[in-house]
Design a protein. Structure first.
Length: 370
């Protein structure tokens, strides 16, 4: 099958969606499908290099110019003279390239599926709520209703999407693109907790800084390492660190990719995540994949999270979170049990090959090409 993935951008700085799309595409390619990308930044040298390092060749992608959502034929023009795909997989909801691609696919009688990447959950829907509702009424509703399948990240989003859009949706987890062999790492001078994700208001890092202060006050000698790019909240996070007086115990190290990221995850005592909202928790799974147990707040909506997945879930409040971290740091045997459980759960439940196969079956179901 010739599959075309359509996404706003493929650069890793854009967060989880491009990494998910790339891993999914690679699994489909490995299964024998012909896979290509359409994105706004498809001709970027940085993106080409990133795809090469993940085993996806840069050729075969289609550059799509930036354009508004109304009346533009940019996608159709870009497709002129190209090999017709058998199916499309749209990633996200709110970018202009997506309704264009869906409109083109419906006119060409080409089926498509859509992965929301958390965009239709009530929490992100509060931002620009009326603008988004207008978009659903005019352009994005037909896009969503025309999909063979709408994949959401969690059951809360699935239920909300079905009410909002008026079409059935399905909860489908992301997979984990983890190294086959656990990475080697040097034992750090001081043990550390690791946070992996963007420095953004939704990630709740100010609350995590306060919880870490409580961890230190309880006598746990453990630094906090924050791995991720600044999405506009570094200033408030640094202010929270200054207020907590823990600046010498917290490191903001920027984004890490590839082997360096895996080493940082594997070297941590625990992965910690206390978000205001997290639609799935990809970073949690990545930590589990290399044997690092996790302590997360209950607004990280990772399906099935619990001890049998290597995860301790607490209420999203700093004191309770700190107690859970301190208890686990002081119990190496329990950490080891959680480490084993996490690696097993990731291997059994979150393989990209199974998820890729399901997506292909979903877009191939039926035959009306709507």
């Amino acid at each position: 099958m010739r599959l075309l993935h359509v996404i706003e951008g493929l650069h890793p700085d854009r967060g989880g969606p491009p990494q998910v799309a790339i891993a999914l595409a690679r699994a489909q390619r490995d299964a024998g499908h012909d896979v290509a990308f359409a994105s706004h930044d498809a001709t970027s040298a940085a993106v080409g290099e990133f795809l090469e390092t993940r085993g996806l060749v840069a050729s075969g992608r289609i550059a799509i110019e930036r354009c508004g959502p109304f009346g533009s034929r940019a996608f159709a023009r870009a497709m002129e003279g190209r090999t017709r795909p058998d199916a499309l997989h749209l990633h996200g909801v709110w970018n202009s390239i997506l309704p264009q691609a869906a409109h083109w696919a419906r006119r060409a009688c080409i089926p498509y599926v859509l992965t929301t990447h958390g965009s239709l959950h009530p929490f992100p829907m509060t931002s620009g709520r009326w603008k988004k509702r207008l978009a659903i009424a005019v352009t994005h509703g037909p896009m969503l209703r025309g999909a063979r399948r709408v994949f959401t990240l969690n059951d809360e989003e699935r239920a909300a999407a079905e009410v909002l859009v008026g079409t059935a949706a399905e909860t489908l987890p992301n997979g984990v693109d983890a190294p086959a062999v656990p990475p080697a790492f040097n034992e750090p001078a001081r043990p550390y907790l690791v946070f992996l994700g963007r420095i953004d208001w939704t990630e709740g890092l100010e609350t995590l800084v306060e919880a870490h202060r409580m961890v230190l006050e309880a006598g746990a000698d453990c630094d906090l390492v924050v791995v991720g790019n600044d999405w506009g909240s570094r200033g408030p996070v640094e202010e929270a660190i200054a207020a907590a007086g823990t600046g010498n115990r917290i490191r903001l190290v920027g984004a890490k990719y590839g082997e360096e990221k895996w080493r940082m995850l594997a070297g941590a005592r625990l992965l910690v995540h206390l978000p205001r909202y997290e639609g799935f928790g990809m970073a949690v799974l990545e930590g589990l994949a290399v044997g690092t147990p996790a302590v997360i707040g209950d607004r990280c909506l990772l399906p099935g999270a619990g001890p049998d997945m290597g995860v301790v879930v607490t209420v999203s409040e700093p004191a309770a979170f700190a107690r859970a971290v301190v208890d686990l740091l002081g119990d190496p045997a329990r950490r080891e049990r959680l480490s084993i459980a996490g690696r097993r759960a990731v291997a059994e439940r979150y393989g990209w090959d199974r998820i890729a196969r399901h997506c292909v079956e979903a877009v191939g179901a039926g035959g009306d090409g709507r």
